[in-house]
Design a protein around this ligand. Structure first.
Ligand SMILES: [Mn+2]
Length: 274
């Protein structure tokens, strides 16, 4: 049995099929997906069909584009001009897809395999036990198991850049929004844990005073290697061995990448369009 992690699919269903073929993915293998399964690319519905059919064989964490879809479907938000959710939103069983997605995880950890995965990464201001517990707080809301806050209300109020800095005393929506932002939108961070929400480009163009979150994270902060996607401009390059970026920009015409967790070997396929 092998375990593979694949980067941001963003509706690239054809490349997903090609990559699974190329790695010889089999019925006994396990697949980890770093989130952003949908949006921007051409075949979000096809990706959802494939992933949902894999059941427990596939471990999915939610990305900002997956949450955006849920915020449209459950929270009454409108798609933006570059969103490509139309086919998904108009399919006959969109309700089943949406309910399936909201039951996905925010963080997946397998200490035995030596990896933890979230969409955007993990900040240096937490440790692994905190990160797991905080991710679980949001998962509880999304699953509809929170005693005071419904998942619909969460999606209505999910958006916002505030609070920009984690504080353990945060409560209610500001707390869940903050956790969600760290786990699904983080790129640059200040030493005190404040998040920047503007810079999406290359590291060489990062504004002064900010650092990529992964420069502040090592095995003393998080014992397992941290798998993430979300930051296509990095092209997978973190310049350390403890954090592994898997978004290699398939939806932008570059590549879709799979990591074999047991060997550390990466396999990629080129984007079919772009
Ligand atoms: Mn993302």
């Amino acid at each position: 049995m092998a375990t593979y992690a694949i980067g941001d699919l963003q509706g690239c269903a054809a490349e997903f099929d090609l990559l699974l073929d190329k790695i010889g993915f089999g019925a006994k293998d396990e697949l980890w997906l770093v989130g952003d399964l949908i949006n921007r690319g051409p075949d979000s519905l096809a990706v959802m069909r494939r992933v949902m059919a894999m059941g427990e064989q596939c471990k999915v964490v939610l990305g900002n584009h997956d949450l955006h879809f849920l915020a449209i479907y459950f929270g009454g938000h409108r798609p933006g001009r570059s969103d490509t959710y139309d086919e998904l939103l108009s399919t006959h069983d969109v309700e089943d897809v949406a309910h399936w997605l909201r039951r996905c995880r925010m963080l997946h950890r397998d200490a035995g395999k030596g990896y933890v995965m979230t969409h955007a990464g993990l900040p240096h201001i937490w440790n692994i036990e905190q990160a797991e517990a905080l991710a679980q707080e949001v998962e509880t809301v999304l699953a509809g198991d929170h005693p005071q806050l419904s998942y619909r209300d969460f999606f209505v109020d999910m958006y916002g850049n505030k609070p920009a800095r984690w504080d353990a005393d945060l409560a209610g929506m500001p707390r869940y929004r903050s956790i969600t932002n760290y786990l699904t939108r983080m790129r640059l961070i200040a030493d005190n844990g404040t998040l920047d929400f503007d810079h999406k480009g290359a590291l060489s163009e990062a504004p002064a005073g900010w650092r990529p979150w992964f420069e502040l994270v090592d095995s003393t902060v998080y014992p397992e290697k941290v798998l993430f996607g979300h930051w296509a401009a990095l092209d997978g390059e973190t310049r350390n061995n403890h954090t592994i970026g898997l978004d290699t920009g398939c939806v932008w015409g570059r590549e879709l990448t799979a990591l074999h967790l047991e060997t550390g070997v990466k396999t990629a396929v080129k984007a079919l369009s772009g």
